[in-house]
Design a protein around this ligand. Structure first.
Ligand SMILES: *Cc1c(COP(=O)(O)O)cnc(C)c1O
Length: 400
């Protein structure tokens, strides 16, 4: 009898009790809008921002309606205008090029390496041959962090501003520095499948008072920006308050109430995710035909999903592995599939953008398989999942 996995890859943990209680209080008093406060009250949203800034060691933080909105707001705040080109890595999720398109700019894709991170040689080459791109939207896709020291060197030398998409790296570090603390701004998502769960939601951090003042007004603060505990001083707003449009995308107090207790225990959550990641990694090591992604020593990752490569396999053989694993209850997502499915899609399906030929990226995308690791999976579940993948990869590898 072949082992089968019968668990669920999309079931998150319950919201912590304190979060449920705080949410019920908000529902009972009815002041859900972040600026709707009683005399002397500070809103959950303002407190969340203050706590998130402290957690990230940033001067400022802003809570908004989604991760994609946070990215678009960062692009607007740094001055990306219609017609501009914005560099971004070709292996990412649709909301990233989407945020670039939402401000009328065009994504320019940079190749990806076998480490699933941006190809810094390709980035350096693009910047050496063309000095128009002024912004890099760096997506730490699926939690893989590139050599941030070298990336910042390349971008600083070329005068390129870096915005970090930390949707999968909340709490992760490179050489001891938190992901999101290298660029001028960093965006996070609190959508259900990320590291904190408010259904939908996003956070933005920065140390730059002018950028954050713009972001706060952009997010829909009206002239109530003084109610932000993690915002810059009033002078920063004076300069821009008449020339910055209000593009509403605020977070509300219900979501903030749910998030605060989750962020308070983010370190334990991160450790729990990594324990699951390592169990799968251990189980898949030394499987013939399968490449485990080696993580650099400088990287302290937080992995709520697992990726591996079936490099240079025929696409039918990869498809065969997916079907066989699915038959045994293991859901693998394929970023290289020809047709976008579910949350996976590849850069050449974003046809509103220029889609260059990226041979390195094509080879990786055809090979990369992805597995979600929600915290409701036990370590034994993870070991079982790895055994099933290992078996099926071995069978397909021999048939291939
Ligand atoms: C989820 C995600 C986003 C966007 O977050 P939303 O809150 O869903 O808008 C951006 N980038 C990456 C890499 C993501 O996975």
């Amino acid at each position: 009898m072949k082992e089968r996995f019968t668990g669920n890859f999309t079931q998150q943990e319950a919201i912590p009790d304190e979060g449920i209680k705080a949410a019920l209080d908000v529902l009972n008093h009815g002041r859900l809008h972040r600026y709707n406060v009683a005399e002397g009250e500070v809103s959950h949203t303002a407190l969340l921002e203050q706590e998130f800034a402290a957690l990230m060691g940033s001067k400022y933080a802003l809570a908004v309606s989604s991760g994609g909105y946070a990215i678009a707001t960062a692009l607007r705040a740094v001055g990306v205008a219609p017609g501009d080109r914005v560099l971004t890595n070709a292996f990412t999720l649709a909301p990233v090029p989407g945020a670039i398109a939402s401000v009328g700019a065009t994504p320019e894709f940079v190749e990806v390496t076998e480490a699933l991170t941006i190809d810094l040689d390709h980035l350096a080459k693009i910047l050496a041959s063309d000095d128009t791109p002024k912004v890099l939207l760096l997506s730490h896709m699926r939690g893989h962090i590139c050599d941030m020291d070298r990336l910042m060197q390349i971008c600083d030398a070329a005068g390129v501003k870096v915005i970090e998409d930390c949707a999968h790296t909340m709490g992760a570090r490179w050489n001891g520095i938190l992901s999101g603390r290298h660029g001028v701004m960093a965006a996070y998502s609190t959508q259900t499948y990320k590291h904190a769960n408010s259904g939908e939601g996003g956070l933005l951090i920065s140390d730059d008072p002018d950028l954050m003042a713009r972001a706060i007004i952009l997010s829909g603060s009206y002239m109530l920006y003084e109610r932000h505990l993690a915002g810059p001083p009033p002078e920063a707003f004076e300069k821009i308050k008449y020339i910055t449009p209000n593009i509403s995308g605020r977070m509300d107090n219900l979501r903030a109430a749910i998030l605060r207790p989750q962020l308070a225990k983010i370190d334990t959550q991160c450790a729990a995710w990594n324990a699951r990641y390592r169990a799968v990694e251990e189980g898949l090591r030394n499987t013939p035909g399968l490449t485990v992604i080696e993580r650099p020593e400088a990287e302290d990752y937080v992995m709520s999903s697992f990726q591996f490569l079936l490099l240079d396999w025929h696409e039918d053989a990869v498809a065969n592995v997916i079907v066989r694993c699915a038959d045994r209850g293991v859901e693998l997502k394929w970023f290289g599939g020809a047709e976008p499915q579910g949350f996976t899609s590849r850069y050449d399906s974003w046809r509103y953008a220029d889609t260059p030929v990226l041979p390195k990226t094509d080879r990786i995308l055809e090979a990369v398989l992805d597995l979600r690791l929600p915290l409701t999976l036990s370590i034994d579940d993870c070991k079982l999942i790895a055994r099933i993948i290992r078996d099926e990869v071995a069978i397909s590898f021999h048939e291939k």
